[in-house]
Design a protein around this ligand. Sequence first.
Ligand code: 5GP
Ligand code: ZN
Length: 114
Amino acid sequence: MTDCLFCKFVSGEIKPNVVYEDGDVLAFRDVNPQAPTHVLVIPKRHISTLNDLQSDDAELIGKLYLAAKQVAEEEGIAEPGYRTLINCNAGAGQTVFHIHLHLLGGRPMGWPPG
Ligand code: 5GP
Ligand code: ZN
């Protein structure tokens, strides 16, 4: 999608601070981090929201989590613990409509979230 910020990250038109990349997945540091480690893990293929997932996307979503796990290990937050989440639609706080898994760690996490 030409008007999607994260598609521009995938194409290289805009260069984020990349921490992981493979054929299907890109992960980069959030520009406004909410924790010492705050990485966004995205599929390279544009999917707007979790509501748009199809059964064919199951493997791709699994790859997001495998990438998050690897980044967590590299960031040294795997053992103390971290949080992953995907906001779906504006009511949950989604502001960029290309799905992204937030990986947050490096500080204690409260629960329940706001
Ligand atoms: P959402 O609110 O949609 O779940 O998360 C969007 C995330 O994208 C936010 O945490 C926000 O800080 C991040 N973000 C927005 N614009 C940019 C940008 O230009 N670069 C990076 N690296 N992150 C961004
Ligand atoms: Zn996109």
